[in-house]
Design a protein around this ligand. Sequence first.
Ligand SMILES: [Zn+2]
Length: 426
Amino acid sequence: MTVSTLCIPPDRLWRRLMQLAEIGQLGRSGVNRQALTALDLEAKQWLVAWARTRGLAVSTDAIGNLFMRRQGRVAAAFPVALGSHLDTEPTGGRFDGAYGVVAAMELLDALDEHAVETDRPIELTVWTNEEGCRFLPGCMGSKAYAKPDLLTAMLQSSDATGVTVREALEAHSDGLPDLPLRPLGQPFAAYLEAHIEQGPVLERGNFAIAAVSGVQGRRLYEVSFQGVSGHAGTVPHPLRHDALQRSLPFLQALYDRAADDQDIRITPGRLVLEPNSPSVIPSRLTLTLDIRHPSNIELAEISTWLRSLVPSGSLASVTIEEIDRCDAATFDRYLTEVARLACARLGGSVRPLVSGASHDAHALASFCPTTMIFARCQGGISHHEDEYASPEDLAAGATALGACLMAASRVQAVGEVAGRKGAIGP
Ligand SMILES: [Zn+2]
């Protein structure tokens, strides 16, 4: 039997989410289930028990990602992967990550219940340490999978108590014995992820769900303005070199640009004023500047523009240094169009969103054709006990993801085995 749509009802999806939220429950409705802890392991054991009842082939890899595979008609075809993460922030909610995993469970169950045989194998994936709150970097599992060269450094990353990822993984694998180990970087035909939006855009637009066209890029700068300190009472203003005053035209230009361009996000996050004393003229202001945009070309232009804001005469007293960067990702056009049409059909947004936060899909976007679906979350609140999304919205998102799954799971006539980027296309 083949079907073009899998309709996911809300009840069981919701029940499963609430069951999962009991593992690491914090207060009334929060969750604290940090990466590679005993609770994270318990959540994985819960999922593996389900996979075994479904007859899925479960495996793991060197960074502790989990894979649950449902065979397809063409056994040699690259699988379609779908999933998310089970770890949370210390003050996390019930939906971030867990939703993507449970939506994938529902879709695999729906395939069985409708006796659908897909061309490609389907793999439910759980990525290790997406949050990055216990071990850096975040999106650890998906990054290592897409770029196995990163593994060695990641295994040495340690938490605040000195436990390394390598040690935590050993304890983890004792709790999940007999799982075959597979290499990192095995090709996928596509990767699909459902997630709560974690922002207020869908709620403000009164949409339940939306396709996601990509993830914005980020540049982090440290900017410092040098002045000369002096007595607050004795130095007349025309003779002052006040570092804070020197920064004002620069900061105003940033806010003006942010007001003009709805795609840009500019945040002066940390300001350090020296000597920071009530009666001393500031001699130095150092600030971090977090700038995000969906276009890497724009981000490069912004970098040049920032420097142009500094009057040439004062170059010596102003420094702008890029201290971190993460490039923007654009999701696969075909899959995102499938997602967009499915969302529009289900009463969601006709316009895809750009994700403001990073996700495992961000790391996988350069590895294989990738897309995401967002579900509305109340008040845009996330990483918080009050994180909430309705059963109906979550089910609609899973149904839209199912449309992507059915499109991606078809083997194209030509080009299946060509390269690791898979062979998804219209
Ligand atoms: Zn997440």
